[in-house]
Design a protein around this ligand. Sequence first.
Ligand code: GDD
Length: 335
Amino acid sequence: MAQKKALITGVNGQDGSYLAELLLHKGYEVHGLVRRVGLEAPERRLERVVALRDQIKLHAASLENYAALYQAIAKIRPDECYHLAAASFVSYEFDDEFSTLTTNINGTHYLLASLKDLAPHCRFYFAGTSEMFGAAEASPQDESTRFRPRSIYGISKVAGFELTRNYRERYGMHASSGILFNHESPRRGFEFVTRKITSTVARILAGQSTELRLGNLEPLRDWGDARQYVEAMWRMLQQEHADDYVIATGRLHSVKQFVEIAFASVGLDWQQYVVVDQNYYRPAEKIPLCGNPAKAKRVLGWEATTDFAILVREMVAEDCRLLGLELPIIESTVS
Ligand code: GDD
C-alpha cells in the first residue's frame, strides 16, 4: 500500500507537534503548513518541531492567503488534512475581532475549497472547541448540545464547524470535527493558564520570580492530556463515515485546584505567591463547560485516562527541568 500523506496546519503548535510525531510513528509522510515568518526564524518559531525538522516537510502559507494554500495543496495532494491552525486565545476584552474572524473562518473555508477541487478524496479534520458551547444551557455538553458561543473565538469556531459540516453534506467530503475541551501538556503555550502556572512555579523555585499573577481562580475546566487528544483526531479520520465528536474527560477541576497541586508538587504553599490581578480576570461560566465523551468511547474506542494531578506534576517537573532544576521529592497530599 502506498504511504499515506498527511497535512497538518499549525504543525508547530502543541497539538500539531504531537500529532506529527504520532503520524510519523504510524508511517505517514507528514507535511506541515507554517507561516512564512515561522520559516524565517526557525530556531525560535519552530521550537516544538525542531527535533522533527528532517522528518517532516514544511510549506510556507498563511491561512489568510488562498492562493498560497491552494498551491500548497496542489503540491502535496494529501490523503488526510488536520486543520489545527487558528488564532486560539480566548479573551473577552482585548479581542482583535476582525483578525480572529478573518483568519479562523476564511482559513477553514480556503482549505476546504482547495481540497474539494484538488484532493476530494482527502479526509479532513477540523479543530472545534468547547468554547463553541460558551454560555451553555446544560452540563455536561455532548454532540447535540446547542452552541451559544460567547467569545469571538468561539463564534469563529462555530462558523468553521458549520463549514466543515456543509462540505461533508453538500460535497460528500469525509470531513469531521472534534469538539475538544481543554487539553494540556508540557508543550502548552505560555499564555494559557496551566502553563503560566507551571512555568511560574518553576521560576519561583529557581529564584527568578516571586509571585504569580492570575485572574479568576474559580472557573472549572475539563482538562485532559493533549497527547491523548491527538490520538482521537487520528481515529476520527479512520472511520468509514465522517462525523463530529466531543473529546473530553468528563471531569472538572478549578483553576485553584490546579494551582494548589502545582505549588504543592515542589513543596510550596500557593497562598504565599498567588496574587489575583483584575487584568487577567474573565467571568466564570454560569454552567461549567464539561464534556460528555460517551460517543467517542462508543464509536472511536477512545477514552481520556491521564490523571489530572499527574498531568499537573508532569508539567511542573518539565518546566523545572527546562530551568535546570532538580525536583525535590514531595509526598503528595493534594490530588
Ligand atoms: N489565560 C489565563 N491567564 N487564564 C486565566 C488566568 C490567567 O492569568 N487566571 C485565571 N484564568 C482562567 C480563565 O478565566 C479561564 O476560565 C481558565 O483560566 C482557562 O483559561 P485558558 O487556559 O486561557 O484556556 P481557555 O479555557 O480560555 O481556552 C483554551 O481551551 C479551549 C478549549 O479547548 C484554549 O486552548 C482554547 O483555544 C480552546 O478552544
